[in-house]
Design a protein around this ligand. Structure first.
Ligand SMILES: NC(=O)c1ccc[n+]([C@@H]2O[C@H](COP(=O)([O-])OP(=O)(O)OC[C@H]3O[C@@H](n4cnc5c(N)ncnc54)[C@H](OP(=O)(O)O)[C@@H]3O)[C@@H](O)[C@H]2O)c1
Length: 301
């Protein structure tokens, strides 16, 4: 492995993966190509000498093939939390989660790139309650059907410096005197970004990861209300958090869909009807021990 294409590499997880590959002595000389829709949003990676950030439309099959040519592996990370409404999923989910992985599979086959690492999400399924989870399942299926040397990662919610989950609640607490919360009892098993990064980067170097699907979770399960309380307190603004009835939560989410970058959609509520936790108390791959939320989150919140 020397040349790696990281699609979706400019985001929260992709940036951490890129930095880790550049940091490890065994991978520090890898050449990384990171396509982005807007180069100016990726300035935080520009100083890494091994990361080549290119503006490109990865949805265009010819562009994807050109990016893929000469690569030894592809890491597929594109994901959206808002993809609209529709059956079996909204247009945004179809494009980013189902069609793009299918295009990646086709381009990988056309250019003879066998090794693909794909980040999906915990509890994806064709019959899951949300478009997010159903479209992610379709993306996995497209890659699996292509007969590639594939590894799939399914994290629960990821926390760490720069996350958009705990950080959002900590920021909101600065202005909100209390938190009326939808799906307050939804359960998560948050996993540290560095633990997810380690699973992905280790897999690049471990042939036994080919053909595997890894569920990635932290050591402990929390209700959403506990996570919000924790984040507001760790950010220095402890707030009263209380659950709101489902019907009001639904209306609130619907109204928020009209706000650009609103924090919640109806599809997010559907996703939270399934607990994002490991069924069999999963551990991390390659013997790594999951890092507790309490050990890391207060340092950046
Ligand atoms: N963060 C979590 O808690 C979490 C939990 C479970 C699963 N995951 C999965 O992990 C992956 C990475 O998540 P993340 O938190 O790093 O996401 P992120 O910070 O939002 O980054 C998303 C990346 O995808 C690219 N992207 C987004 N929409 C795109 C589109 N329509 N077309 C092309 N590129 C697009 C962005 O590139 P540009 O903006 O530079 O073009 C960016 O590099 C996703 O697949 C996500 O579903 C994340």
């Amino acid at each position: 492995m020397k040349n790696i294409l990281i699609i979706g590499g400019t985001g929260f997880l992709g940036s951490a993966i890129t930095r880790e590959i550049a940091r490890r002595p065994a991978t520090a000389d890898f050449s990384l190509t990171l396509p982005t829709r807007r180069r100016d949003r990726s300035r935080h990676l520009a100083l890494l000498p091994t990361a080549n950030i290119v503006e490109a439309n990865v949805h265009d099959p010819a562009t994807l093939e050109r990016l893929m040519r000469g690569q030894d592996a592809v890491i597929s990370l594109v994901g959206v939390l808002k993809g609209g409404e529709g059956e079996p999923y909204g247009h945004g989910f179809a494009r980013a989660h189902a069609e793009l992985p299918a295009k990646i599979a086709a381009a990988a086959k056309a250019t003879n790139v066998r090794r693909v690492l794909h980040v999906s999400a915990l509890k994806v399924a064709a019959d899951a309650p949300s478009g997010y989870l159903r479209s992610k399942a379709a993306g996995e299926a497209a890659l699996q059907a292509a007969g590639l040397d594939l590894t799939i990662f399914r994290p629960s919610v990821i926390f760490g410096q720069g996350d958009s989950f705990l950080t959002l609640f900590a920021k909101m607490a600065k202005v909100a005197p209390f938190f009326p919360l939808a799906c307050a009892d939804a359960r998560f098993q948050p996993v540290w970004v560095d633990d997810v990064v380690a699973a992905v980067v280790d897999s690049l170097e471990r042939p036994e990861s080919i053909g595997q699907t890894y569920d990635l979770c932290g050591p402990k399960v929390y209700a959403l209300r506990e996570l919000v309380s924790f984040a507001t307190a760790a950010g220095g603004h402890k707030r009263f958090v209380f659950g709101i009835p489902d019907a009001i939560a639904w209306l609130q989410a619907w109204a928020m869909e009209f706000i650009p970058n609103g924090p919640m959609t109806r599809d997010n509520i559907r996703s939270m009807r399934i607990d994002s936790v490991c069924d069999a108390g999963c551990g991390l791959p390659f013997g790594r021990v999951a890092t507790p939320l309490e050990a890391v989150a207060p340092t950046y919140l």
